[in-house]
Design a protein around this ligand. Structure first.
Ligand code: FES
Length: 173
């Protein structure tokens, strides 16, 4: 009988210890979002504001080769000829994208017929009129798009990217 009572006490102690550990875990989890936000803020990069072209350099549906945020990051500017979400310039139709496939880094080619950037590696396709949305293929992210600004002189500046470039831990080295 005494042995049985000791076992009940032992069980109760373990139950209470388990509760304390669970409470400590919940408290730690409650603080996690704040730390995660701080880490995310530290991970942000400062993008350069780079002049890539002038609107006069752009012809409708003909990609202009550029590089951003540095010379080792090839991309294109495309004047689509109709306003699109995120488009810059007087007509809201100028967009810019990396031309390095986010799947495994193959160079993308522009198809003017359906305004997509296409990968010869494993056939991923990205819609330039829909913010680089992946519409087919194996990439696990959409195509990084430039944040563009056009000034009063028609100069087109890139000032950011909305996704991580392939092969980089940061978009700015
Ligand atoms: S490298 Fe482009 S789909 Fe694989």
């Amino acid at each position: 009988m005494e042995r049985c009572k000791r076992m009940v006490d032992l069980g109760r102690r373990r139950f209470l210890q388990g509760g304390a550990i669970a409470a400590a875990g919940a408290a730690a989890a409650a603080t996690l979002p704040r730390e995660a936000k701080a880490q995310a803020a530290m991970a942000r990069v400062e993008y350069p504001s780079n002049r890539l072209a002038n609107v006069a350099d752009l012809k409708v549906n003909e990609p202009l080769e550029v590089a951003y945020p540095d010379k080792d990051a090839p991309g294109v500017l495309i004047k689509l000829g109709r306003q699109v979400e995120g488009g810059a310039g007087p007509e809201g139709d100028i967009v810019g994208f990396t031309t390095v496939c986010p799947h495994k880094g193959f160079p993308l080619a522009y198809n003017p017929d359906d305004r997509t950037l296409n990968c010869p590696g494993h056939y991923s396709r990205f819609d330039c009129e829909a913010g680089g949305l992946e519409i087919w293929g194996q990439a696990t992210q959409n195509l990084p798009q430039y944040t563009l600004r056009v000034d009063d002189n028609g100069d087109v500046f890139a000032e950011g990217l909305d996704e991580l470039l392939y092969g980089r831990l940061s978009n700015v080295l």
